[in-house]
Design a protein around this ligand. Structure first.
Ligand SMILES: Nc1ncnc2c1ncn2[C@@H]1O[C@H](COP(=O)(O)OP(=O)(O)OP(=O)(O)O)[C@@H](O)[C@H]1O
Ligand code: SF4
Ligand SMILES: [Mg+2]
Length: 405
C-alpha cells in the first residue's frame, strides 16, 4: 500500500482530541491575493499569483506541487524572508495573535518581525539539516535562539531548556555536547525541529523538511512531528512536492501549479476525490506498495516558463481533459461546498468526468483509475450518480471566485 492509500490519520497521536477539529479552528495566518515576482517588467518571473490561503490554529496545512511551482516563494513571502530579486507585488498576510492585535505581516517593520520570528512563527527552511554550524556543539546551536530572544534566561535555564528540547525530539540529552557531523541526517533534522520549537511558537513553517532522508527516517520524523503538534498544539504549514505524504499527515492540503493555488480541500477529500486534473496526476504519480501492479501515468510535459505562462488555464498544455475554453480563459479558484478548485470542469456548466466528480467517501480503489478508464474528453459524462447533477457543489462561482488574472 502506498502512503497515499493508507488512512490519512495514521500518524495522529492520542492528544489530537484536545485540538480544534481540523479546518474549524480560528484563522491564524490569512493570506489574501498574494503576488510575488522575481525581477521586474517584461522578464519578471510570476512565482506566486493571487494566492489565498488560511492556516488555522492547530492545523497541519500541506502545500504540494512540483519543483518550481512557487511553494518556497510563498513561504518566504508570508514570513518576509524573501530575498532580492523577489518582490511582493500585491496582497495581504494577516497574523491573528491570541489576545493581541492582529499583525499585517507585509506591513510590519523589522523590529516587529523580529519579535514574531521564532517566538510566534518558526521556519525550518529547505535543506535545514545542512544549516547547522559544523564547528559548534549542538547545545550552542540550541541555546543560540534562547540567548537572542530570551536574554533574561540564566545559563543553567538555557542548558536545561536545550536538554528538554533535544529529548522532545527523541534525542538523548547527552548529545548536547556533540557536533553535527556526529549525528545522522535524521537526527540533524530533528535538531532543526527542536530549534524551531525552542520558543514555543504558534506556527511552524516547514519547507521540504524530510526530502533528503530515506523513507524510514522520513516516517519516524513525521510521526515525531505529529506527536509534537498534538502535544503542543502549534499549527504547521508543511511544504513538499510529495502529495501522497501530505495525505498522511495534513489536515488540509493546498496544491500549487505554476505559482497558482489550483485546489484546496481537506486531506481526505483530495486523497479520495480530487477535483483538479493536476491533483489527480500528482496522486497517480506514486506507486502502491501492495495490490495489483499498475502502469504509472505521471504527468506528461513540464511546468511552464513562469515569465510567459500559457494563455488560458496554465495547466492546459499538460492536461488530458483540456477543451476549448481551457485554452483561452484562466479558471478562477471556484468555491465548491467545502473546498475549491481552479478548473473549468468544476464550474457547473458541464459534467466532470467520473474520477474528478466522485464523492470523498468513495473507496480508495476508486481514486486511481486505470489509464484506459480516464476520459480524455470532459464532455463524455460520467455514469456515477453523484456526477449526474452538474452543479451539486458549486455555490455561485461568480460571487465567490477571485480572478487569477
Ligand atoms: N532568485 C530567483 N530569481 C529568479 N527566479 C527565481 C528565484 N528563486 C526562485 N525563482 C523561480 O520562482 C519559481 C518558484 O520557485 P520556488 O523555489 O518557490 O519553487 P518551489 O515550488 O519551492 O520548488 P522546489 O520544490 O524545487 O523547492 C521557479 O520558477 C523558480 O525558478
Ligand atoms: S481548466 Fe481545462 S486545462 Fe485546466 S485543468 Fe481544468 S480541464 Fe484541464
Ligand atoms: Mg522550494
Amino acid at each position: 500500500m502506498s502512503i497515499a492509500e493508507q488512512e490519512p490519520d495514521v500518524a495522529r497521536g492520542a492528544g489530537a482530541a484536545a485540538l480544534p477539529v481540523p479546518g474549524t479552528g480560528d484563522p491564524l495566518i490569512e493570506v489574501t491575493g498574494l503576488c510575488v515576482d522575481y525581477g521586474l517588467g517584461e522578464g519578471a518571473v510570476h512565482a506566486v499569483v493571487d494566492a489565498d490561503l488560511t492556516l488555522r490554529r492547530g492545523e497541519v496545512l500541506g502545500l504540494a506541487g512540483e519543483s518550481g511551482s512557487g511553494k518556497s516563494t510563498l513561504a518566504y513571502a508570508i514570513t518576509r524572508l524573501l530575498r532580492s530579486p523577489g518582490v511582493i507585488t500585491g496582497g495581504q498576510v494577516l497574523f491573528h495573535q491570541r489576545e493581541l492585535p492582529t499583525v499585517s505581516l507585509l506591513a510590519a517593520g523589522e523590529q516587529e518581525l523580529r519579535g514574531l520570528r521564532w517566538n510566534q512563527i518558526a521556519v525550518v527552511l529547505q535543506s535545514a539539516m545542512n544549516a547547522l554550524n559544523p564547528v559548534l556543539r549542538i547545545e550552542a546551536q540550541l541555546t543560540d535562539v534562547l540567548l537572542a530572544h530570551r536574554p533574561d534566561m540564566s545559563k543553567s535555564a538555557r542548558h536545561a531548556r536545550a536538554a528538554e528540547l533535544l529529548e522532545l525530539v527523541d534525542i538523548p540529552a547527552d548529545r548536547l555536547g556533540g557536533y553535527p557531523h556526529e549525528l545522522s541526517g535524521g537526527m540533524r533534522q530533528r535538531v532543526m525541529i527542536a530549534v524551531a520549537l525552542a520558543l514555543d511558537p504558534q506556527v511552524v513553517i516547514m519547507d521540504e523538511p524530510t526530502t533528503a532522508l530515506d523513507v524510514v527516517t522520513q516516517r519516524e520524523i513525521l510521526e515525531e512531528l505529529m506527536r509534537l503538534r498534538d502535544k503542543l498544539g502549534f499549527a504547521v504549514l508543511f511544504i513538499t512536492h510529495d502529495l501522497s505524504l501530505l495525505v498522511e499527515i495534513a489536515d488540509s492540503i493546498a496544491v500549487m501549479y505554476a505559482g497558482r493555488l489550483v485546489e484546496r480541500a481537506a486531506a481526505r477529500e483530495i486523497f479520495r476525490a480530487p477535483r483538479h486534473p493536476y491533483s489527480l496526476g500528482l496522486l497517480n504519480s506514486f506507486p502502491a506498495l501492495h495490490g495489483p501492479r499498475r502502469f504509472m501515468e505521471g504527468i506528461p510535459g513540464s511546468p511552464p516558463d513562469l515569465r510567459h505562462p500559457p494563455a488560458g488555464c496554465p495547466f492546459h498544455p499538460r492536461c488530458g481533459y483540456v477543451f476549448g475554453k481551457c485554452r483561452t480563459e484562466n479558471p478562477p479558484l471556484l468555491k465548491l461546498s467545502t473546498r475549491s478548485a481552479a478548473c473549468w470542469l468544476q464550474d457547473g456548466a458541464r459534467q466532470a468526468p467520473a474520477e474528478l466528480a466522485r464523492r470523498a467517501d468513495a473507496g480508495p480503489e476508486a481514486r486511481s483509475p486505470e489509464p484506459e478508464a480516464r476520459s480524455p474528453e470532459p464532455e463524455v459524462h460520467s455514469p456515477e450518480p453523484e456526477a449526474r447533477s452538474p452543479e451539486p457543489e458549486v455555490h455561485s462561482p461568480e460571487a465567490e471566485v477571485r480572478s487569477h488574472d
